[in-house]
Design a protein around this ligand. Structure first.
Ligand SMILES: [Zn+2]
Length: 173
């Protein structure tokens, strides 16, 4: 259970609003694989609409990821504006929702943990290719990576010239 709990019972007419902080401790509940760090604010508005509940999620802030090119820290803006619909059913596991934004919960469920949903929305909101802007990559990291790539593409390291190459490199530095 994350700390991002929305009560589903007794929502007042006109809706209720909730504010949460999504930071590194929020990430600890999930995974730091894609998103290494998070500094976001979530604003949630939940409103009873007859038999279902509408949940409007807005998240803004920054995510810390690793650049695909230079593998150094990269901060990306997070902007999410997503409407979710919560429906209820006596057998929610039998319900197939074609729309990812419709969530079916067991009839009578009194609260909804939005943590997983907000984590998923954050990951999906980030671009597929996570790279610094043109020229923004760390040049030292890029040089190191290209050296490593070269070494990997030359498995026969014990040639008479491999030592020479290192020597030349030292001189250059
Ligand atoms: Zn980079």
């Amino acid at each position: 259970m994350s700390e991002i709990i929305i009560p589903l019972h007794g929502l007042t007419r006109g809706g209720q609003e909730f504010d949460f902080v999504l930071d590194d401790s929020f990430l600890d509940e999930f995974s730091h694989d894609v998103v290494q760090g998070l500094d976001c604010k979530a604003h949630i508005a939940a409103e009873q609409k007859g038999s279902w509940i509408e949940i409007h999620c807005t998240v803004t802030g920054q995510a810390l990821v690793l650049c695909d090119r230079c593998l150094e820290d990269l901060r990306l803006p997070v902007v999410i504006d997503q409407m979710l619909t919560v429906r209820f059913d006596t057998e929610p596991e039998e319900v197939v929702n074609e729309d990812d934004n419709v969530i079916t919960l067991l009839e009578g469920t009194s609260e909804f943990d939005l943590g997983q949903t907000l984590y998923d929305l954050t990951c999906v909101s980030l671009p597929m290719q996570k790279v610094h802007q043109q020229g923004g990559c760390n040049p030292e990291a890029l040089a190191r990576l290209s050296d490593e790539a070269q070494m990997e593409s030359q498995p026969a390291m014990n040639t008479p010239f491999s030592g020479l190459k290192d020597l030349l490199k030292q001189k250059k530095n």
